[in-house]
Design a protein around this ligand. Structure first.
Ligand SMILES: Nc1nc2c(ncn2[C@@H]2O[C@H](COP(=O)(O)OP(=O)(O)OP(=O)(O)O)[C@@H](O)[C@H]2O)c(=O)[nH]1
Ligand SMILES: [Mg+2]
Length: 302
């Protein structure tokens, strides 16, 4: 547990230093003034909370300050911590009724899908689950290779097709193979695509449908990997993917590289999708279940 906590802490150090770190100075030992409010507003927006969330939090803080008669700006920090925490849901417990459970990974180019699949593999293996990967990113030969390298390290078989073969066909074979072999999980990698590219989004829908043909009820989860450093722009992507393939959960990658971090709040508010895991680095051990308390502590510091 201590280990996991320090991972959050060090993973979020960039956000802590850059966006939220200035809070300590801002909310020093002074009286609350108009300037405090102005600075706080700027800071929350810069931290990528999104205008709506930032405004809501400021309104709530003003109300509490008025009702409780707070005068010291240092007292605001505690209130802020509570307001931030309250806006994040605990991730739902994941339950897997089917064997295999098929998970499809989607997202724009370079968001971290393939790396996250390796991390998921590691995560499930620690839970003593068996896996199979499907390399349905047939767009680039290097993509299949990348997954195979991770597969070899983990000892997970990778089902792939010939270069430039149909991604649906690969997803179909992987799902069927997973069922035939009786593994616990099949994780299907897909090619990164811009949410604005109509044909590519249609192709993704087809991959989704074909998985369902290979195994009725599959995929059992569709996880969207969002790059935390993208900030508010990722919201449009997320909505498009959600609409196209019924995303069931979000993974925030590269939270360790993000200087903002407030993105998680916007995801929670605007997408109505649970944040399940976060990526805090590039190795296969750098995936942790989303923990709202650790997250808020990590960005605000203690
Ligand atoms: N720092 C950091 N880097 C990450 C994280 N997740 C992924 N990366 C890096 O981001 C880059 C892209 O990751 P990929 O997993 O290849 O992304 P992808 O979504 O599969 O990319 P495409 O298949 O091209 O769409 C790689 O250099 C990864 O090492 C993370 O949580 N933290
Ligand atoms: Mg990839």
């Amino acid at each position: 547990m201590t280990d996991l906590f320090s991972k959050w802490r060090s993973g979020l150090s960039k956000t802590g230093k850059a966006a939220f770190g200035r809070l300590a100075t801002l909310l020093g030992a002074s009286e609350i003034s108009d300037e405090t409010w102005d600075d706080l507003e700027t800071l929350l927006i810069q931290a990528d909370l999104g205008i709506e969330t930032a405004t809501e939090i400021l309104d709530a803080l003003r109300r509490i300050v008025r009702d409780d008669g707070l005068t010291r700006s240092s007292e605001l920090l505690t209130v802020l911590r509570g307001e931030l925490r309250q806006r994040l849901d605990d991730p739902p417990a994941l339950t897997w009724a089917e064997k295999p459970s098929v998970i499809m990974m989607v997202g724009v180019n370079g968001s971290g899908k393939t790396t996250t699949i390796a991390k998921m593999g590691r995560y499930f293996q620690l839970e003593e689950k068996s896996l199979l990967f499907g390399a349905a990113d047939t767009f680039r030969a290097a993509a299949v290779n990348q997954l195979q390298v991770w597969g070899a390290r983990l000892g997970v078989d990778v089902i792939s097709g010939a270069p430039e073969s149909d991604p649906g066909a690969v997803a179909f074979s992987a799902t069927q193979a997973g069922a035939a072999r009786g593994v616990d999980f099949v994780i299907v990698d897909t090619a990164g695509r811009l949410h604005t590219r109509f044909n590519l989004m249609e192709e993704l829908k087809k991959v989704h449908r074909v998985i369902g043909k290979a195994l009725p009820g599959a995929p059992h989860a569709v996880w969207l990997v969002l790059d935390s450093t993208t900030g508010q722009n990722a919201m449009q992507q997320a909505k498009a993917f959600k609409e196209a393939v019924g995303v069931t959960g979000v993974i925030l990658s590269k939270l360790d590289s993000s200087a903002r971090g407030g993105f998680a709040f916007a995801v929670q508010r605007e997408l109505g999708l649970p944040i399940l895991f976060v990526g805090l680095g590039e190795t296969m051990d750098d995936l942790v279940p989303f923990d709202p308390d650790a997250f808020v502590d990590g960005i605000l510091g203690n």
